[in-house]
Design a protein around this ligand. Structure first.
Ligand code: SGN
Ligand code: CA
Length: 723
């Protein structure tokens, strides 16, 4: 009994201490470090003793996920606590709006010092940091340049992972003021492609080939047909110099892509010498075997895998060394006790699973993010949490730790209640996470998809092919066979679909408003760039914005266009098949309609109805965003918004009914000044509400007579608006 009381007193004094003194936070964050390459999380192929220390002295979160498995987006989710479609950074190459609410600014306001070193990759400069020093873009492994706070670049000779650790330690030791709590974000480039190790790790796997994952030779059967379109396979998408570290010209274009090793080009002569001494003899040996023809296709892939995985794991090793140095310093400086240390990485990575490197897909290996945390006195050493956590949770967690208020529009949840609960789920914790990947038409050719993951199952949706995919993670942890069609899983499938719909609602995901490119389709790509070019010729008297019905002014509507607009400066911005989200993309990304136009005629949305039976409310929001963009991009332009034309032969046509409802909503966007609205339905409908083929041959697109009616109907309004 006495012991118990003593324990309670100690425990409560630890808690009181923690409450009084706000903890420091060291957030060590790497790039592309998969959980399969952390020994504390079950790696079978490497040892990470220093990262493992966090697990021993703190907690691991096994069910830790990203919201969008790609670099910039993951970082934007972390900074804002919001999903990509809300924080606006959906794909690499987007520009992060650093004026929005981010946790660094908020903890700074709450009295924290904030520091950031290493990879950033959000294009805009960091905001909310007392000190920052970042890699430009992806950064380099050897002799990296860093952008300084005065925007100048500075080159550090040495190995990037070590340089970043040095800079972090230097700030801790020399630059911060000791009278305030701090958060330090130490963000490595490693082990990102092209996986360039430090010489001290060259011999790490000498004579010990790394074991291969079971799915290295995945045939991509029994899942979405889009799997086969990937361009991230070890068998086909490894580059001669860049990935495989051969020198000179690609001697085997039939086996390797051609791209030189740019890291090698950055090395000093001495670094090159050390590098060559290790790589060259091994390369020559392989090339000799390859030339002699004695290697089977399988053996070549196996060699590529070994080269890839060993370089990757060696790059990881330097990160682990860096974690060790930081933990040592915290011990020595007496900071360990009141400093929370977190290790994480922007997303996971394929280490040969499904035959891949890279990430992006919603499969476990890249959906997962490592999350290890040590918080002496609060988190029980050795805890292992099953709770589903996500990178949108980090911002609210940091805010709570700093004693700052958590804004109500943050979508993630603070993890602090879990930390205080021994990692066990609180009863109100989430039962599923939502994931969305948006990079259509990008490197590695992974399709847009989204989905949900519960503790036991995963559901994915591929809009391009309109395919569902579902996995029972207990029975099929490697996700080799979709069971969405299996009758035995019908109730689970229905439940997951409901969870998917509800979570999309919960997080405000409306694909009609999320800019989307169709750049993976050649025809679209070509027309789009043509339109972008045409739009530069402005100013215009009149511009038509829309889909195939608008594009048709160049087809069946050609002569009518000539008659009505031939003597005007008129521009057609219609692309067949476009939905609201594609027009939004065009108006933002390609800046179509950035030149002055007197009048913009907008008619869009029938494809949202036709392809997905999308909810009228959602489509209307897409139209509203388009109006907003035009208003913003081309001030003074008057907008003539047209109700979506009727479709389908009969008035009972379900898609037509959807359009009717959308029109009921969008008519309200007219303000009588900038935006004017007209519904032309009566021009195209017979008295009984049917459609005559003479007007719409396919009950969707207009005939020449149809275009005549369109032009005639809007002419008075156009004149009123100044045409
Ligand atoms: C680079 C890599 C890709 C990688 C992306 C995104 N190619 O483009 O393999 O998927 O970065 O990575 S490379 O030729 O530059 O190595 S991310 O981590 O920044 O999202
Ligand atoms: Ca990354």
């Amino acid at each position: 009994m006495r012991h118990l009381i003593a324990l309670i007193i100690i425990a409560s004094s630890i808690a009181a201490n923690a409450a009084q003194k706000r903890p420091n936070i060291v957030f060590i964050f790497s790039d592309d470090h998969a959980v399969q390459a952390i020994s504390a999380l079950g790696s079978k192929i490497n040892q990470t003793p220093h990262i493992d220390r966090l697990a021993k002295e703190g907690a691991i979160y096994r069910n830790s996920f990203c919201a969008n498995s790609i670099c910039g987006p993951s970082r934007a989710c972390i900074l804002t606590g919001k999903h990509s479609h809300i924080n606006g950074f959906r794909r690499n190459g987007d520009f992060f709006d650093g004026s929005q609410g981010t946790f660094p600014k908020m903890v700074q306001n709450a009295g924290y010092q904030t520091a950031l070193v290493g990879k950033w990759h959000l294009r805009s400069n960091p905001t909310g940091f007392n000190y920052w020093e970042i890699l430009p873009g992806q950064g380099n492994y050897y002799n990296p340049d860093f952008i300084q706070m005065d925007k100048k670049r500075k080159r550090y000779e040495g190995y990037c992972t070590d340089v970043i650790t040095d800079l972090a330690l230097n700030w801790l030791k020399n630059d911060r003021s000791t009278d305030k709590p701090f958060i330090l974000m130490c963000q490595h480039k490693a082990p990102h492609r092209n996986w360039s190790p430090h010489p001290r790790h060259f011999d790490l796997f000498k004579g010990k080939p790394v074991s291969e994952p079971d799915s290295l030779f995945d045939s991509y059967a029994d899942r979405t047909k889009l799997l086969k379109e990937n361009e991230m396979s070890i068998s086909e998408h490894m580059f001669w110099g860049h990935d495989m570290k051969f020198r000179g010209e690609n001697q085997h274009p039939e086996v390797f892509g051609s791209l030189p090793n740019r890291e090698y080009q950055r090395m000093t002569d001495e670094q090159k010498k050390t590098w060559d001494e290790w790589y060259e003899p091994r390369n020559q040996l392989f090339l000799k075997d390859l030339k002699s023809g004695k290697l089977s296709e399988k053996e070549i892939i196996q060699w590529k895998y070994q080269r890839y995985i060993t370089d990757y794991l060696k790059s990881v090793q330097a990160v682990d060394d860096g974690v060790g140095r930081i933990l040592d310093y915290l011990d020595k400086a007496g900071l360990a006790e009141n400093t929370i240390v977190i290790y994480s990485s922007d997303q996971g990575f394929y280490l040969g699973e499904h035959g891949w490197y890279d990430k992006r897909w919603m499969y476990e290996e890249s959906l997962k993010m490592p999350f290890l945390i040590r918080w002496p006195g609060v988190i029980m050493p050795g805890s292992d949490s099953p709770a589903l956590i996500q990178n949108i949770d980090y911002a609210p967690t940091f805010l709570e730790l700093a004693g700052a208020p958590i804004p109500s529009d943050i979508q993630g949840r603070s993890l602090v209640p879990l930390f205080r609960n021994g990692g066990a789920k609180t009863s109100d914790w989430r039962d599923a996470i939502y994931y969305a990947y948006y990079e259509n038409a990008a490197v590695h050719n992974v399709p847009v998809h989204d989905g949900v993951r519960t503790e036991t199952h995963k559901l994915m949706w591929f809009p391009r092919t309109r395919e569902w995919q579902m996995h029972d993670l207990g029975k099929d942890p490697s996700e080799m066979k979709s069971v969405h069609n299996d009758p035995a899983y019908a109730p689970t499938f229905a439940a997951l679909q409901k969870r998917y719909r509800d979570l999309r609602n919960h997080y405000g995901v409306n694909s009609a408003t999320i800019p989307a490119t169709r750049g993976n389709q050649k025809g679209w790509r070509e027309r789009n760039s043509q339109l972008t070019k045409n739009s530069r010729k402005g100013p215009f008297d009149i511009v038509f914005v829309g889909d195939s019905i608008t594009q048709g002014w160049e087809g069946r509507g050609k002569e009518v266009w000539e008659k009505y607009y031939g003597d005007k400066r008129a521009l057609n911005l219609g692309i067949g098949g476009d939905r609201t989200e594609h027009v939004i993309w065009r108006l933002t990304k390609d800046k179509q309609l950035s030149r002055r136009a007197k009048i913009a005629v907008v008619m869009i949305g029938t494809n949202n109805t036709g392809h997905f039976d999308q909810d009228p409310e959602e489509v209307a929001a897409g139209v509203e965003d388009i109006l907003g963009l035009i208003k913003k991009n081309v001030p003074k332009t008057k907008i003539l918004l047209l109700g979506i034309f009727p479709r389908g032969q009969s008035p009972q046509d379900l898609k037509r009914l959807n359009n009717v409802m959308i029109n009921q909503k969008i008519r309200r966007f007219a303000d009588g000044e900038r935006v004017h609205y007209m519904d032309l339905s009566n021009e195209f409908l017979e008295p009984d509400g049917t459609i005559d083929k003479k007007i719409m041959p396919d009950y969707l697109h207009l005939s020449e007579a149809g275009y005549e009616r369109w032009a005639r109907a809007i002419q008075p309004k156009l004149e009123e608006l100044g045409l």
